[in-house]
Write a protein that binds this ligand. Structure first.
Ligand SMILES: [Zn+2]
Ligand SMILES: [Zn+2]
Length: 303
């Protein structure tokens, strides 16, 4: 099983010298084996993935794959019309996602590819595209089980867990802890943050459900958009801070945590600091958890 990061940035693409090491493309992660191509989200990172796929396969080979969308905020779908394999008639892709704001999955993409926004409509896309609307029922594909779960983010949003041959990868981008959101009006909010430094944290029931959902993951890709101080001014924006991502990984006995959905304001140097801090938080708890920040082009192989 191969995991490859094509887009790691949250909210908006951030090209430029300050982000060149970690990358500026918005979310897109490839998870694949010899036979199956699974793509998580269609941020701007799906464009370089498409170009790479066109090179990977000899001309005339049919490319087939499964694209799982977490939600329809623009950073997760902006690359959709720019995925070159969609423009080859023999190719076949199945697109999965939940409904969004009362609209059916397919109609959301029809809206994105309407003439006001893009010159090619969805119906004119040459490849064969099939849409499968999800709730929480797992999708079973050729030895893989892909399980969706709802996460805490404005509007409906999904996270995914991918299992194959005893290996588990979880993708929880765009998720805010319930614990702080539910208590944001409480007078002891600062105490809640303070106890993160003291050890295991009592999570809200919904946060615990997420811990169980990702339990035992070989790789957990988790929203870590903010530092804790940034988060305190961004409650209810739908994102996590580094300590929370580490807490979920520790409680779920994850092997490798990948900090994901980097804030557009965070330069490479800032991200270096956040990873160092995340590693220190994990080490303080005598954990063997490995922590990395998602980086464009970064690849993980699980045998
Ligand atoms: Zn996002
Ligand atoms: Zn979002």
């Amino acid at each position: 099983m191969k995991i490859k990061f094509w887009g790691v940035r949250g909210s908006i693409a951030t090209p430029g010298q300050d982000t060149v090491r970690y990358g500026g493309n918005t979310p897109c992660v490839e998870v694949s084996d010899e036979k199956n191509l699974i793509i998580l989200d269609a941020g701007t990172g799906i464009r370089p993935l498409g170009l790479d796929l066109m090179k990977r396969y000899p001309e005339g080979t049919k490319i087939a794959g499964h694209l799982f969308i977490t939600h329809f905020h623009v950073d997760h779908i902006q690359g959709f019309p720019f995925f070159n394999p969609f423009y080859v008639p023999s190719n076949h892709f199945t697109i999965y996602g939940c409904e969004g704001a009362g609209k059916k999955l397919e109609s959301i993409f029809m809206g994105q590819l309407s003439p006001e926004y893009f010159p090619v409509t969805l119906k004119e896309m040459p490849a064969e595209l099939k849409f499968v609307q999800l709730t929480t029922r797992p999708v079973v594909l050729d030895g893989w089980t892909i399980s969706p779960t709802y996460v805490n983010h404005p509007g409906l949003a999904l996270g995914y867990r991918l299992d194959k041959g005893g290996r588990r990868v979880s993708y929880i981008t765009d998720n805010e802890p319930f614990r702080y959101l539910l208590r944001q009006q409480g007078e002891h909010t600062d105490d809640l943050f303070d106890d993160l430094g003291r050890g295991a944290v009592e999570l809200e029931r919904e946060d615990k459900n997420l811990v169980e959902f990702v339990r035992g993951s070989d790789v957990l890709i988790h929203d870590a958009m903010y530092s804790i101080d940034e988060y305190k001014t961004k409650l209810s924006w739908g994102h996590s801070f580094v300590e929370f991502a580490v807490e979920v990984a520790l409680q779920a006995e994850v092997k490798q945590l990948i900090l994901f959905h980097h804030d557009p304001m965070h330069s490479d140097v800032v991200l270096d600091g956040l990873i160092k801090h995340a590693r220190a938080v994990a080490a303080k708890r005598s954990s063997k958890l490995q922590v990395h920040a998602a980086q464009e082009g970064f690849e993980i192989r699980l045998s």
